[in-house]
Design a protein around this ligand. Sequence first.
Ligand code: PMV
Length: 282
Amino acid sequence: MRGWGAGKLILCGEHAVVYGHPAIALAVDRGTTVTLRERPGPTGPGVSDVDDPRLRAALLAVLPEDGLAVDITTTLPIGRGMGSSAALAVALVRAEAARRGVPLSFDEAFARAFAVERVFHGEPSGVDHGVSLRGGVVRYLRAGPSFTALPTPSWRLVVLDSGIAGDTGALVAGVRARRVEPAVEAALVRIGALVGEAERALGDPAALGEILDENHARLTEIGVSTPALDGLVGLARAAGAFGAKLAGAGGGGVVIALVEEAGAVLAAAAKARVPAFEVSPR
Ligand code: PMV
């Protein structure tokens, strides 16, 4: 029995979304496949040398204690802010429902995948697996939760991979602790406002690029960017991107660059030996 979950990118609004501000995110054409096989003994990863207690705990949030081997394949970079854990959560929930032969409502799938996400991230906002389940470009609000489908844009995104994994749980906890600083709280409020501006500018890549640039500056202010990420943002802008920002929790992970055509940014990344690829909304 098999299930698939899409990865995601946050276009605008990460971290602020945790505190009730909106975020815009999109499901991407890369993701994770889970295949369940009957096997005697404890349920666990199909490959016997994977012995990660957190992964086993995540699997058991959805699966029975015994009797299943779980094969996981992914086209997402892991721990880079592209929703690899959310894609796993969604794929797992779908594979488990397929195994039972029952249809899965959105609300049920959202709640079950949330249990998996909590194992990885503590108390996430839900944007990652919500967008993975919904697909397309979505405005997300934690209250509800509420999802609003947005039009699929004509611009493109190039992903530049810092090669460093960020620890989402630790980064979110760090921002939470720094919220007592007025400048940090003000930056989070401004990020929330930028999401509204981004929604209105979705069809205008030049305007949207400027908003993404400011979003990155505000994420730097709250302490989640790194010199490596700032360098990738600079590289993308110098190559002609409309705008660029870190995407996801930061501390590492990826930068997204908003472009009309991917070629120039991809070429600049290749020259700097930075892994990069184009993604499409899915
Ligand atoms: O690093 P990621 O892709 O898991 O992004 C998490 C997004 C945050 O806003 C930082 C946290 C959250 O739960 O929304």
